[in-house]
Write a protein that binds this ligand. Structure first.
Ligand code: SF4
Ligand code: SF4
Length: 180
């Protein structure tokens, strides 16, 4: 297996996500409800009974890069929100992590998803509200995409990566974290 530097891995990930996002947007989203006119905007991101979005280390690094473009104060606020989410929902790194649900700390009131344009997780790219079930993107598309993400992670970090809930990875990469 040919290994990649983190910069190369991040570039490959960006290409992969952009292609997937453009494909979903043009092929499926025209049949979906318009998020701009949604009366419960963001419910899909903060519904703590439903959201269990997981990402890998490389995606966490990509999200960290996107957040890094914000002011230091804003970044600190988001990482703090992530840490509070981990605590509030008692999110763990082991066991059946996909059974854990939470309100996503990357949702910002009045703005929406902070990583919509760069670093958005695959399940979030796939997700929209559809009136007709048959208009939904088939699950295998997301699975294919996640398999490609997994391969990129292995090529970048070897075996030292794993799928974890978004707030957990944000807490692990928190550049403001104080070690005591
Ligand atoms: S995905 Fe659905 S719930 Fe979320 S903002 Fe769009 S229309 Fe609203
Ligand atoms: S990453 Fe963005 S789209 Fe996904 S749940 Fe969080 S705020 Fe919503």
């Amino acid at each position: 297996m040919k290994m990649l530097s983190e910069i190369k891995g991040l570039n490959e990930l960006k290409k992969l996500k952009t292609d997937y996002q453009n494909f979903i947007k043009t092929r499926y989203e025209p049949n979906a409800q318009d998020c701009q006119t949604c009366p419960t905007k963001g419910a899909c991101c903060v519904d703590a009974h439903f959201v269990n979005v997981h990402i890998t280390k490389l995606e966490a690094a990509a999200i960290g890069g996107t957040l890094g473009k914000l002011s230091a104060e804003k970044q600190a606020e988001i990482y703090r929100r992530a840490a509070e989410t981990v605590e509030k929902y008692n999110l763990k790194c082991s066991g059946d992590t996909f059974a854990q649900t939470f309100a996503c700390p990357l949702f910002e009131k009045g703005v929406g998803c902070l990583v919509h344009f760069e670093g958005k997780p695959a399940p979030c790219i796939s997700h929209a509200c559809y009136e007709n079930k048959e208009d939904l993107p088939p699950e295998f598309l997301q699975e294919e995409n996640e398999n490609k993400i997994e391969r990129l992670n292995k090529r970048t970090y070897g075996k030292y990566w794993t799928w974890l809930p978004v707030p957990v990875w944000l807490s692990l990469i928190n550049p403001f974290k104080e070690y005591k």
